[in-house]
Design a protein around this ligand. Structure first.
Ligand SMILES: NC(=O)c1ccc[n+]([C@@H]2O[C@H](COP(=O)([O-])OP(=O)(O)OC[C@H]3O[C@@H](n4cnc5c(N)ncnc54)[C@H](OP(=O)(O)O)[C@@H]3O)[C@@H](O)[C@H]2O)c1
Length: 310
């Protein structure tokens, strides 16, 4: 879809357009000249979220759990991005409801509305057979969306970093605070943190259609793979501090996360613990940032952003 072709309609609707990744996708699409709708359950917040952007997206009220509210967001769109997240189950908001059923309903409504492109944001490691409710729902969601909207592009990012992230900012804060840093298990899980704006740029390129890579699945990881304990040491070195690492069994993390989830803003969730049980590294078989000619930024750069409060 070419945003600069005056004969082409160029409306893209981003569900989850107020989120950590979604709002950057909105910004990149606006910069590329698309008309962008940011769909949210709280459209009044959109003005604040995009207060520093050159152009504002259209604010559209939509809850993907409510079929009747998504029609007007979809109407006339040439592309839909589903960047809705759910990290902690609450009442009717279960992983299956949001990541499988609602995602598939959104894809089906997009197909019925003659939308040209559907991009489903998922995650590396998504697996319909997983023992983890979260990871299984992400895998089943990918399948359900792809069958409701043939030609769906599935985007699987690694853990994403940014000045306003949860992952790296928490580590930076805790490394300075804690005399001993707890590891997930022995800290051997391999991770490939990716800068959130690089993922957003990649998604905007896929929608722009300038890269003709014949793949329905993309996996986006950063420039380096670290074990968790290596990552902590690299971060500590950059912060000019020492870190003492302590292995903590996964079973203990499960208990801790179960209790933490009772808090209003859980500092750790069971799905985060599940995700730390397995390597989270982009597959060499799936195209990634390199194939889109994007030079991924490393965590050193993101740590500097965090330090500057950018
Ligand atoms: N963050 C990471 O490191 C990471 C890594 C890999 C994959 N991912 C995936 O990337 C995607 C985006 O994640 P994120 O971290 O950017 O999420 P986020 O910051 O938590 O944002 C979530 C977005 O979802 C929207 N939302 C939630 N429930 C909704 C509903 N029922 N109807 C409509 N909108 C709803 C929220 O909008 P309102 O509250 O305004 O309605 C918000 O804009 C998710 O699929 C996530 O699993 C994230």
């Amino acid at each position: 879809m070419d945003a600069n072709d005056p004969n082409t309609e160029r409306i893209v609707t981003v569900f989850g357009g107020t989120g950590f990744l979604g709002r950057r996708i909105v910004e990149r699409l606006l910069e590329r000249g698309f008309t962008v709708r940011a769909a949210s359950r709280h459209p009044a917040r959109i003005g604040k979220v995009f207060s520093s952007t050159v152009r504002m997206p259209e604010a559209v009220e939509a809850d993907i759990l409510d079929d009747s509210s998504i029609g007007s967001a979809i109407a006339g769109s040439q592309a839909i991005v589903n960047a809705v997240s759910l990290y902690v189950e609450q009442g009717a908001q279960t992983f299956d409801r949001v990541h499988v059923k609602a995602a598939a309903d959104l894809a089906a409504a997009s197909r019925a509305g003659e939308v040209g492109q559907f991009v489903q944001i998922s995650g590396i490691g998504s697996d319909p057979q997983s023992d983890s409710n979260y990871v299984r729902a992400r895998g089943r969601g990918e399948q359900a969306v792809a069958s409701a909207f043939p030609g769906t592009i599935i985007v699987r990012p690694a853990v994403m970093t940014g000045p306003d992230d949860v992952f790296l900012t928490t580590i930076v804060r805790l490394i300075r605070l804690l005399p001993v840093y707890p590891l997930f298990g022995d800290g051997d899980t391999r991770l490939q943190p990716v800068y959130v704006a690089d993922v957003a740029e990649a998604v905007s390129q896929l929608i722009d259609g300038r890269n003709h890579i014949a793949s329905s699945i993309f996996e986006f990881g950063g420039p380096r793979i670290y074990t968790y304990k290596e990552l902590l040491r690299v971060i500590a070195r950059q912060l000019n501090t020492n870190v003492r690492l302590m292995p903590v069994p996964f079973a203990a993390w499960d208990t801790l996360a179960g209790v933490a989830e009772l808090l209003p803003a859980a500092p750790i969730t069971r799905n985060q613990v599940d995700l730390m049980r397995h390597d989270n590294v982009a597959s060499i078989d799936a195209p990634g940032l390199k194939q889109l000619d994007i030079e991924p930024r490393g965590i050193d750069e993101v740590i500097r952003m965090i330090e500057r409060g950018a």
